[in-house]
Design a protein around this ligand. Sequence first.
Ligand code: NOJ
Length: 580
Amino acid sequence: MSQTMTRHDLGSAVVYQIYIKSFCDSDGDGIGDLRGIESKLDYLQRLGVDYLWITPFFPSPQRDNGYDVSDYCAIDSVYGTMDDFDRLVAKADARGMGIMLDMVLCHTSRDHAWFQRALAGDERYQRYYILRDGRGSTGAGDPGEPPTNWQCAFGGSAWEWEPRLGKWYLHLHDVSQPDLDWTNPEVREQLANVVRFWKDRGVRGFRFDVINLISKPEVFEDDTEGLGRRLFADGPHVHEYLRELVDRAGIDGMITVGEMASTDLANCVRYTRPDDHELAMAFSFHHLKVDYRNGNKWELADPDIPRLRQIFREWQEGMQAGGGWNALFWNNHDQPRAISRFGGRGGAGLPDSSWEKVGKMLGICTHFMQGTPYIYQGEELGMTNPGYASIDEYRDVESKNYYRIMLDAGKSPAEALRVVNERSRDDGRTPMQWGSAAHGGFTTGEPWIGVAPNYTRVNAEVEEGVEGSMLEFYRKLVRLRKQLLAVSDGAVRFVEVGEGAPKVIAYLRELEDAPEGQPRRLLVLCSFDDEPCRVCLSGADVSLEDAERLLGNYDDAPTVDAASGAVALRPFEALVVALA
Ligand code: NOJ
């Protein structure tokens, strides 16, 4: 039975993302598993979260850590059994938490039976994938050149020549992840059955991996301006396919989120407007590219905060105006840790004082926005990038590919490592820091990837119950979203802060008909500046006079200049006030 989520339900829910491989290992093999998650349900319940999104645990050769699925309706033995899964669903449910699964429907692994049958010559399954002749091929056996100049996400051509097929196959990600052909109705039906299979096992929601890449262009041609992304993101039939999937799988009204790569606002409004019966909300990534140099992830730059403010404003106010709904997040398993990224100094070496201020400021910044917040494992503890000393400590296929690409382009090993240190997806994949025991208490064995060196200082054990710790602060963030209707249901409006505060993001949450005893207007101020600054709210119809401070990352309130009303914010200061 599926529950229809209202906007109030979505606005008061908080989702916690579990990267299963690094969350908790119950059997000492160095890899997290379902029983490990089960053992931490009390911790998650105390945090107050409503849904647990678990990253893929399906059988997989693990070339892309499980996003290369070889069987959609089974569990990889390294993660446990179907009984473990059913028990986890029931136990989470008993604690008021729903399980959300990660559906990787844009591509399979090469090891999937469908691709294997295609390779063996079965034409029915060859029609499941996107196979093309090479450019300039003289006929059978001659690959010619790749059909288009499109690049895959992890570096290199998006096409691979497969001699057994006598064709090139499209893979927008790793070479081991052939894209499925969604123009084939049988593929769409099979995938809807997969979603229904898990729904019938009690799953309460779904995250859909790169779901806006499922509809490829009608004509395959070179991208004359870039690497192809703009041609296959939000493709011609994507909305139609999504509506059909949602309808067939019977998941309309459930909590669903689409990962939207290189998307735009207009499409995300359509993906998430309830009347369109597609998804409940969307992840977009523009705010996490503000420290790319010229749009290139592998070129370091300081975060451009005015740009960040502009992006948040566009997506908050734009989704609201269009009737869409945002998923709010800083971190996930594909991103370096935001606390290291926006902390002013990068890497794992943040000094104590700003580490704590930055983490709490980032938490305030997104948790009070309109939408549904996601907490990525360890974010609530203030986990940072690990700053590994050698490329050999990295595991991720993308990091390894780009390290090589950077060396080939002339960077020294030290320069290339520095970039990987800041940009690797492994920055977010280090073992969860449960305590001060070896490997942060994640495993009794050898972890598949090394723990960040600060685990003795940043961990759940030392933060538990400590007033002012990051963990307690995150519990408060979750509580306030549920308590304050202006946060779950209110309108959002960004406010100008004047020239003295170029690195401050400020917005209002307003609920004119808030019931007695609830604030009608909240003001949120977040400084991304490692220097003090002066916020001038004179342009907005806002006064801090008689305002009540609800939350902040300093012990006391900032000083307000009586004459001008300007607020003096300290480095990385953030606060939430209820306006009179
Ligand atoms: C997005 C996932 O989050 C990422 O980890 C994966 O590599 C790609 N999609 C391909 O599935």
